[in-house]
Design a protein around this ligand. Structure first.
Ligand SMILES: [Zn+2]
Length: 432
């Protein structure tokens, strides 16, 4: 990959008198990207012939007054968009791990980090420059990955990590598996298992103290877990509230895994900022989400993946049945929730299906009622707002990171082309 970075020296400025000359002589990294067409993630209209100037990783200017010849990256033939955001991924886990969850008891952590390294590169390569890693069975594997990316050791998206799942004993995020003795389970996969508001509060604080960027509760039963019913509440409203209070005191968001209507309502009333799956939301839950400005992160593609691949690979029959019970119901709720004004943020549950396939969800979002522009905003500016990073990512405007993708053709005419991102730029550096 060739990088066309123009290095310029910022000369000593008379107005900065008093500082040592060496401070004033710092080299600024400048990248000028010329886009044939630009979707900035905020406006409803596209613009043509736009130059995005990125200085030291952040966007400095967006201008229609410059020519392609002056650009360091010439994308005249492309449509540029903000780097995409997936608010629901599990980057440290491999697709298919679900077929036998006991792998998390035995797989060496080095092997897991190698899987994570590959997934991170894949995810960035398909255009997702920011992801929220909303939990890992090995509590802090996501944090290790995040820190490796941030230090520049390996390529990958910007990451928010949730650390371990906050879940009740034998709940949807607990790794007790039928046929295994509890004493044989490594404690690292059960760090967030709690019961009662006090224990949840303590473990939520431990997650914050350990470096979580977001907290995650498993409010109701999971599809890909043993026992329990996907819709049935697991955590009480008081338990969720205890976690929400810890998250908000730390200035971070709480996201709640909740399929069932009751759990969705409990989580909203308890202070969750977003609901994952939201498969079986009823009218009351939808109204409550609108009223409280709570976003739904709905993984409406992966039901198709589970139904086909899960059967081919002989995933547990219980998982397949629960998936069948939630897929079409969830898609209908998606249409209703969007029409009612619930903020929808792009979240795929990647790891359930292969990392890199994230953008396969866009066409279903459009089939189920979004305009292509709404689907793009769900994966850019709207996602950024609801994960608390609106100042940093999710739009091509001055101040935010220079994270961009480009595709040949017009995604507003065919949203499916977002599955084939040609160019990826993160912080002004061309990755692909
Ligand atoms: Zn998930």
């Amino acid at each position: 990959m060739r990088r066309f970075l123009v290095l310029i020296l910022i000369g000593s400025l008379a107005s900065c008198g008093g500082k040592p000359a060496s401070d004033q002589m710092a080299a600024a990294k400048v990248t000028r990207v010329y886009c044939g067409r630009l979707i900035d993630g905020l406006a409803d209209k596209t613009r043509n012939g736009v130059t995005v100037s990125i200085v030291n990783g952040r966007i400095r200017a967006v201008s229609e007054d410059e020519s392609a010849e002056d650009a360091s990256i010439d994308l005249s033939e492309y449509t540029c968009l903000p780097g995409l955001i997936d608010t629901h991924t599990h980057v440290v886990e491999a697709a298919g791990d679900t077929a036998d969850l006991s792998i998390f008891y035995t797989r060496p952590l080095e092997d897991e980090q190698e899987i994570a390294r590959i997934n991170a590169a894949t995810t960035l390569g398909v255009g997702f420059t920011t992801v929220r890693n909303v939990g890992a069975y090995n509590g802090w594997a996501g944090r290790v990955l995040r820190d490796r990316i941030n230090s520049g050791e390996i390529p990958g998206p910007r990451m928010q990590v949730a650390g371990f799942y906050l879940t009740i004993p034998a709940g949807g995020g607990d790794l007790v598996i039928p046929g295994y003795d509890e004493k044989d389970i490594p404690p690292r996969v059960r760090m967030g298992v709690s019961r009662g508001p006090d224990e949840f509060r303590r473990n939520a604080q431990a997650a914050v103290d350990g470096g979580a960027d977001v907290l995650k509760v498993i409010a109701s039963g999971a599809v890909l877990a043993f026992g329990g019913v996907p819709g049935a509440p697991e955590m009480t409203e008081d338990e969720i509230r205890a976690v929400a209070e810890v998250a908000h005191a730390a200035g971070i968001k709480l996201t709640a895994h909740a399929h069932g209507a009751q759990s969705i309502k409990d989580a909203i009333l308890a202070g969750a900022d977003s609901i994952e799956h939201a498969s079986l939301a009823d009218d009351e839950a939808i109204a409550l989400a609108v009223q409280n400005d709570v976003a739904f992160s709905m993984d409406i593609y992966n039901g198709t993946h589970i139904a086909t691949i899960g059967r081919e690979q002989n995933w547990p029959e219980e998982f397949l049945r629960k998936n069948d019970e939630t897929t079409e119901a969830q898609r209908q709720v998606f249409t209703k929730a969007h029409a009612a004004g619930v903020p929808i943020i792009f979240g795929t549950d990647a790891a359930v299906y292969p990392h890199g396939d994230n953008a396969k969800m866009f066409p279903i979002m459009v089939e189920r009622g979004m305009t292509p522009m709404e689907a793009i905003k769900a994966a850019t500016s709207v996602a950024a707002r609801y994960i608390g990073w609106a100042g940093d990512v999710g739009a091509i405007e001055p101040g935010r990171y220079g994270d961009m993708v480009a595709v040949k053709g017009d995604p507003l005419a065919d949203i499916g082309i977002l599955q084939h991102v040609d160019v990826v730029i993160k912080g002004g550096q061309r990755y692909k």
